[in-house]
Design a protein around this ligand. Structure first.
Ligand code: OSB
Ligand code: MG
Length: 366
């Protein structure tokens, strides 16, 4: 497949409500989109790097820079996703940037041959159960209102963002209001240290599915210690940037569940490898999210349909974050989203909407 050029497009999407985590508050999602053009088809990749390096070291402007200077120039003349991935390997890190370019190449390749992401990745279902990530709020009543809305929309699992000072009380309130059958989990985004182990163990009484990334990104050994001190299963997000990290975490006993985010691990091919590895070790995985537009969401839903993705993902409907998505919206049906069946991602940006949210676009000819 001959790639003739790549477009880097910056868009800004207003969120329906501010989204607060232990690392910051978002009101607008600034996204870098990568569009690969070939003679036969175009492909899209959404870079999940955020505007500022708070979730991880990557950020959107940095991703655009490394793509423009290093990653796009080494794309082979004849490239498929695997070849593109190999060509980018000598450059360290920048996994979110690499993932976006690899995904755009994969989308173009699959569109050209009429195969869907789901079929290519090995999806075993045509719809996936959906959870929702609920931000930190100013008060518990405000949180209960938000969770009530999501439960009424049909979400099958609720994830509460936590941080020191916003943990036991909100979790207790949600558990008491919605009962023991609600699938409930929490995500600390690395806001605690091992010195908080005793406090974190108090979450055990709430019957949570998991606690996600309680300690720092590089604290695998501390996570293994914490795992021995609490009953709630530990799930890692930020700590797992590759299949090698997942293997290390599993052998150390640092986690018993993995949040798979394709952007964080360098793309859907590496995400699939992590799925295979975890499946072989009896470690459950689920698909995380990064406030994706419909383009990234489509690929995530396809990944979430693989057989090892046994927990509901952060694969919410488009309306969770955006009043108007750049693609036709993903809408929950009975708590599930359909896996797109069309070629490639199976969804396209709506040209007028894409134009409205575009901040800048840059064409790099190859
Ligand atoms: O830790 O999973 C996370 C959003 C941005 C950065 C990190 C995280 C999140 C979420 C929301 O929890 C996931 C989503 O709904 O897309
Ligand atoms: Mg997380």
């Amino acid at each position: 497949m001959k790639i003739t050029g790549v477009e880097l497009r910056r868009i800004a999407m207003p969120l329906v409500a501010p989204f607060r985590t232990s690392f910051g508050t978002e009101t607008t999602r600034e996204v870098l989109l990568v569009r690969v053009v070939t003679a036969d088809a175009e492909g899209w990749g959404e870079c999940v790097a955020m505007a500022e390096p708070r979730y991880s070291s990557e950020y959107a402007d940095g991703a655009a820079d490394v793509l423009r200077r290093f990653l796009i120039p080494v794309l082979p003349g004849q490239a498929d996703a695997q070849a593109a991935g190999r060509a980018m390997e000598p450059f360290k890190g920048h996994r979110m940037a690499k993932a976006a370019l690899e995904t755009a190449v994969l989308d173009a390749q699959l569109r050209a041959r009429g195969e869907s992401f789901g079929s290519f990745l090995g999806a075993s279902r045509d719809r996936v159960p959906c959870g929702v990530s609920v931000g930190i709020m100013d008060s518990v009543p405000e949180l209960l209102d938000a969770v009530t809305g999501y439960v009424e929309e049909g979400y099958l699992r609720i994830k509460l963002k936590i941080e020191p000072g916003w943990d036991l009380a909100p979790v207790r309130a949600v558990r008491e209001r919605f009962g023991e059958d609600l699938l409930l989990q929490v995500d600390a985004n690395a806001a605690y240290t091992l010195a908080d182990a005793h406090h974190l163990a108090r979450l055990d009484e709430f019957g949570l599915l998991l606690v996600e990334q309680p300690l720092a990104d590089d604290d695998l050994v501390q996570h293994a210690r914490l795992a021995k001190l609490m009953r709630t299963p530990i799930c890692l997000d930020e700590s797992i940037e590759s299949a090698a990290h997942a293997a290390a975490a599993i052998s150390l006993g640092a986690c018993s569940i993995v949040n798979v985010k394709p952007g964080r691990v360098g793309g859907y091919l590496e995400a699939r490898r992590i799925h295979e590895l975890c499946r072989a070790h009896g470690v459950a995985v689920w698909c995380g999210g990064m406030l994706e537009t419909g383009l990234g969401r489509a690929a995530n839903v396809a990944l979430a349909a693989l057989p090892g993705f046994i927990l509901p993902g952060d694969t919410s409907g488009s309306g969770r974050y955006y009043a108007t998505d750049i693609t036709p919206p993903f809408v929950l049906d009975d708590g599930h989203l359909p896996v797109p069946a069309g070629a490639g991602l199976g969804v396209d940006p709506v040209p007028e909407i894409l134009r409205e949210v575009t901040v800048s676009a840059e064409w790099i000819a190859l």
